[in-house]
Design a protein around this ligand. Structure first.
Ligand code: GAF
Length: 387
């Protein structure tokens, strides 16, 4: 057992005076390409990584949730009543309560339980720590109660918890990656049909290197919801002409150009980005299948340009990191990743050049921002499971 899992199990024993019934691991994710496309019913290509949240859980025979955040060493207790749980003041506890509430809302009662959780996913780095927290507890409650929900339903349940208890109207990508990923594979999800295809991703050919800008933009959540709204405003215009259109996924670039004059300039750029990004994901998957990492990486660079100029969710630090990476020996591609306004860039780098890459990008980042750069070399792991 990993030392951190052991420590979390030990903290459970100390806090609640008995052994946990279940130990769970739930991973964070990277996204190779396909950003801000999930809530537009488009395509994404994420993979779960070896940055994870671990849980020790057991029923407590009380009508209470007793929660302990290992990293913060904070405790929180909530009474279970006949009414479904509601969001409270403690942000970290809301992620857990939100999941319990989703079981309740589906008519699946939640018995009182004790839970200690903690992990290695850096907060606010765009690696989906919140999805991992949600998916890990969803897995645990499903197991403890024997509800038998399939992993994809756990992902949907966790997504709804994020909407209702964190107020972020996210798509399904992060929760899908945390529950459905496969070791050594990226997974392309069609967010409209929920069809998915696994693509082997050989980290011997390209290492996944993450560079953390260290920026945690406090507008990220509100701007995220604004982007979603802008896309919906675009959809409304197209629906006026083509009643069958349900989302930007259904709009073609020809239709976008034909109706450009009816969209304000910002909405036009938001829509253009999403349409082009969907095409990039499909092209990138063909390149990945063909083993053409250079062409794959070009799609990543175009994705970054679209996120920066059309979708406007990048920030100077992320742009500087991509700029510093571009053109270095062995770098196939680089782009900002996740919701944006901070967090990490994802870089695909030939293994023999990783050392040079880290030295060079760190040097440039420090010269510009006067602080050191945190980096991670990610392995691709399986979705949520017992620890
Ligand atoms: C965040 C969201 F949670 C995802 O659903 C996705 O939209 C992503 O931003 C942007 O691609 O991680």
């Amino acid at each position: 057992m990993q030392p951190l899992v052991q420590a979390i199990a030990g903290a459970f024993q100390d806090a609640f005076g008995r052994e946990p019934a279940l130990l769970v691991r739930a991973p964070g994710r990277v996204n190779l390409i396909g950003e801000h496309t999930d809530y537009n019913q488009g395509f994404v290509l994420p993979a779960a990584i070896n940055k994870e949240i671990y849980f020790a859980v057991a029923p407590n025979g009380l009508n209470r949730l007793r929660l302990l955040a290992f990293d913060k060493q904070e405790r929180h207790e909530v009474e279970l009543t006949a009414a479904p749980l509601q969001p409270g003041q403690v942000q970290w506890a809301n992620y857990l309560m939100g999941v319990a509430a989703q079981f309740q809302q589906r008519g699946l009662p939640v018995a009182g339980f004790d839970c200690v959780f903690g992990g290695t996913i850096p907060m606010g780095a765009g690696l989906s720590s919140s999805a991992a927290v949600e998916c890990g507890l969803a897995y645990a409650l499903n197991e403890l109660h024997g509800y038998g929900l399939p992993p994809i339903e756990l992902a949907q349940l966790a997504q709804k918890a994020e909407h209702e208890f964190a107020g972020v109207l996210c798509g399904l990508m992060d929760q899908f990656a945390s529950t459905m990923s496969r070791t050594g594979h990226a997974v392309r999800l069609d967010c409209r049909s929920l069809e998915y295809v696994y693509f082997p991703f050989d980290t011997q050919a390209a290492q996944v290197v993450l560079c953390n800008s260290g920026v945690k933009h406090n507008l990220a959540d509100s701007e995220y919801n604004v982007r979603r709204l802008q896309c919906e405003q675009g959809v409304a215009v197209f629906r006026g002409h083509y009643p069958g259109i349900g989302s930007l996924r259904d709009v073609t670039l020809e239709q976008l150009h034909a109706h450009q004059a009816e969209l304000d300039e910002v909405t036009y750029r938001r829509c253009r980005y999403v349409l082009e990004e969907n095409q990039r994901v499909l092209a990138a998957c063909s390149f990945l299948k063909a083993g053409n990492l250079s062409a794959f990486g070009q799609q990543m660079l175009s994705s970054h340009a679209g996120l920066r100029d059309d979708y406007e969710v990048s920030c100077p630090e992320l742009d500087a990191l991509v700029e510093a990476a571009t053109g270095l020996p062995g770098v196939f591609g680089s782009r900002m990743m996740g919701g944006g306004f901070g967090g990490c860039t994802i870089n695909l780098v030939a293994p023999e050049q990783v050392e040079n890459f880290l030295a060079e990008v760190s040097r440039r980042f420090t010269a510009r921002y006067g602080r050191s750069l945190e980096t991670y070399q990610a392995q691709i792991v399986a979705g949520v499971s017992a620890a």
